[in-house]
Design a protein around this ligand. Structure first.
Ligand code: NAD
Length: 361
């Protein structure tokens, strides 16, 4: 097969779908790689490193398989050949119109978001690899905005108490946030509506906050809370949050608006100088005062809602993403490196979002 790597057009996007190391690996499997000139520049990868790895520089859109990071624009969909395969973040739940356009264009599109979260597919799990970057970076942002130290310091000028950090929503991003805050010296606490997370939280040296709400849903995700559960949760969190210097929120329910966990009253109850970093901004945010993409200060508490944090660490984010993409791609290749997707494989059947059930491609 030939694989094309376009330059990502979104503003602020610095990631690229394949990196030279992964190009080498695909070349060894009989795959040709065509990279658009400048595609890697945001991640500080010049064209020469791609050619040294065996890629050619040229038009990526004429390739059999196009690999991207972000969903294609209308213009990009227009450049895809009918019969082409596309792999990338395609936001199938939140922008079904993109999927319809791809289907109408005759594109076989694989959304990395739709890859089942099963053990065998872990190497392909781009949601996880990018959430790891976001969880890590969220803590650094919180530390940067805080008026206080994270670690306990014993100095000649006296002792400084360690910061307390609460992570709301402990999926992949939340676990990384807990681990990172701990490494910086904070006292950490985690909260989630999936009780199974408690042991993972404790294994990271954090306390588990139990509010007595179990909302484990399907496939390891949370379900939406009932009206009653929601108001109970907000009230109990309001009391708990007062004691924390830093609150990192990551709570998401697939396909829904993000739940409000930190109310305006909860922010008002925080000590001046405290920080909330809301990673759910793209889905509307977990804090009532969040303005997605902005940093606001209310009652002397900073509320930051950065969007697309993975793009701010383009080198490692691209490297990890490239490995995810090539693992998925390799699943579709035969021994000679030709495309031969087996639709009995649930990973391929579920991640392909433009093919209807039972259809032969
Ligand atoms: P996510 O981004 O969808 O959500 C983040 C967290 O928010 C979740 O833990 C969720 O339970 C929590 N949440 C939702 N509503 C909440 C509320 N009202 N209050 C508090 N918390 C709330 O989750 P994710 O990081 O994508 O992880 C989803 C699942 O996938 C997890 O079970 C994770 O362990 C699993 N997973 C499995 C694999 C694998 O086996 N291949 C890999 C990665 C993740």
């Amino acid at each position: 097969a030939t694989v094309g790597v376009p330059r990502e057009m979104g503003s602020g996007e610095r990631r690229v779908a394949l990196v030279p190391k992964v190009v080498e690996r695909l070349r060894a499997k009989g795959v040709e790689v065509v990279v658009e000139s400048g595609a890697g520049l945001g991640a500080l990868i010049p064209d020469e490193l791609y050619t040294a790895a065996g890629a050619t520089i040229g038009d990526p859109w004429s390739a059999e398989v196009v690999v991207k990071v972000n969903p294609p624009t209308t213009e990009e969909i227009g450049r895809l050949r009918s019969g082409a395969t596309l792999i990338g973040f395609l936001a199938p739940r939140t922008s079904p119109e993109t999927i319809t356009a791809l289907r109408e264009a005759g594109v076989l599109a694989f959304a990395v978001e739709a890859i089942p979260r099963i053990s065998r597919a872990q190497s392909m799990d781009a949601l996880s690899s990018q959430a790891n970057v976001a969880g890590y970076k969220a803590v650094l942002l919180a530390a940067d905005r805080s008026t206080r130290f994270f670690p306990m310091l014993t100095t000649a000028a006296g002792t400084v108490k360690p910061a307390t950090a609460l992570v709301l929503g402990v999926g992949v991003a939340g676990l990384q946030a807990l681990a990172t805050a701990k490494r910086l010296g904070a006292r950490t606490t985690g909260y989630d509506v999936r009780p199974e997370v408690a042991d993972q939280v404790r294994s990271l040296g954090a306390q588990w906050l139990d509010l007595g709400i179990d909302a484990a849903g399907e496939g390891g995700y949370a379900r939406e809370l009932t009206e009653d559960e929601r108001s109970q949760q907000q009230k109990r969190l309001e009391e708990a949050i007062t004691g924390f210097d830093v609150v990192i929120t990551t709570a998401l329910v697939p396909g829904r608006k993000a739940p409000t966990l930190v109310t305006a009253a909860a922010v008002e109850g925080m000590r001046p100088g405290s920080v909330v970093v809301d990673l759910a901004g793209e889905a509307g945010g977990n804090c009532e005062l969040t303005e997605p993409g902005e940093v606001v200060v209310k009652h002397d508490v900073t509320i930051a809602s950065p969007l697309n944090l993975p793009a701010t660490m383009p080198e490692h984010a691209s490297e990890l993403y490239a490995r995810n993409v090539s693992a998925l791609l390799e699943l579709m290749l035969d021994e000679d490196g030709a495309l031969a997707p087996n639709w009995d494989d649930e990973v391929l059947a579920k991640s392909c979002v433009t093919r209807s059930e039972g259809e032969e491609a």
